[in-house]
Design a protein around this ligand. Sequence first.
Ligand SMILES: [Ca+2]
Length: 508
Amino acid sequence: MNKTTSLLAAGCLAASSMVSAASAPVNIMLITADDLGYEAYSLFNNELPDLTPNMDQFAAEGVQFEHAHVNHSICQPSRAVMLTGKYSTTSGMMGFIHMKDQVPTVMTTLAEHGYRTGILGKVGHSSPDLAYQWDYSFDANDLGAGRSPQLYHQRTKDYIEQSKKAGKPFFLMVNSHDPHRAFYDPAGKRQGGDEKTPSRLYTPDEVTVPSYLPDYPEIRLDLSHYYNSVRRLDDTFGQVIDALEETGAADNTLVIFVSDNGSPFPYAKANTYLASTKTPLLVQWPNGKLENGSVDDEHVVSTVDLMPTMLEAAGIDIPDTVDGRSFLPLLKGEEQDNRDYTFSQIDYKIGGPATPMRAVQSKEFGYTFNAFAGFSEFKVGYDRQAINLMKQSDDPEMKERAKHFRKRVPEEFYDLKNDPDNINNLIDNPEYQQVIKQYRAKLEEWMAKNEDPVLEIFNHRDDPQKMRALMKTHYPTKNSLMSKAQKEHMAAKKAEKRARRKNNKDSS
Ligand SMILES: [Ca+2]
């Protein structure tokens, strides 16, 4: 058990004034999935039966956004965007890197206004400030490897009851470790003693294969395991919502559900394609004015907007450090202008050299600049099986797709309406040059505004040698960007893991 308790003096003072206010402040629950691609959620994939029944029920009583995106399709930096309301470029958290310069987070801001702050699962990845002390905190090991719906239910209920007793509003971040790899393989090894079996299992012949992946038996098997884990994520989601309802707090709680990044396959997670950034986003807000079951298919929203949205719902001023914009007006049925584009980036992955990408997407088109193209390869652990199969294929198109994935080209442009899986790069197509120019300009404007180091590389995109030289100066090793505290923390985590493995071995 690693429960931490902290009582901030400022929080206590603010609490008394909040609780005595005429109407109780709204509670906030942010529920996240780990690696749930949009195509693995039923709004966008209704061919696979019974995939997310609890989320569907929740959506039927709330609002779904059809054009919601993450701004960074990798776990820790994506969560940092959600919790700071800042793009990775402006916060400096461009990978598995914790906060160096203090900026307000959802947690610190709410705590200053009397909220308790709690977290279940993914604690390190969801604490932009490594030193942040949550009032209530349980990590994967206390939650059945982050995959026990029952334990999530119990902890959610405990925390809300505690907050009620303390007479304080709460913020709770509930992070499922599903459907992240290792997926639920019925014939495979279990990850922890309390890891639960999903309430429904899928077979390789019934799964849908997105067109960005080759339809091979090995891929279907892997996908069936992925969907097992998606179903268990939905089990956890259902249990957490049940716990909220059982405490009687649901009527005064803003609940937001979102994924941190796309599914862990090539052309999805850790990239800037549509399957990388597009995410299910579901909301229930007691003060909302939209009809239950509404789908917003008009506005483009992104996770940089989550922090200001949560603060506005709590009636708290939004700090001027924030890059995003509250979408609460949309939930009141109002219109918002300038909701046509989303920007995303990739910098440092968990291993290997930096592979910076910058992208702008709308409902119609997506443009990406790859700052590493031509001299560095893109590789991540989860892509090996699919890319090797594609390389060995007799199909020249598959071979080419595998090559493109590794090598990239400096610029990519896709017609997302007709090619949502980003198959056909239109960058050299004469018919699109005018619109490509507009998207380039949009991205350039965004990079300039955010003082993005990639802008200089972008300006030399026709000169690979210069790009390479600039990459060296602008992208030092990831280690050099980490604080001493983070390095020590990582070493301690490694030692803890080793000890746990040894313990498990000795007791089995
Ligand atoms: Ca993730």
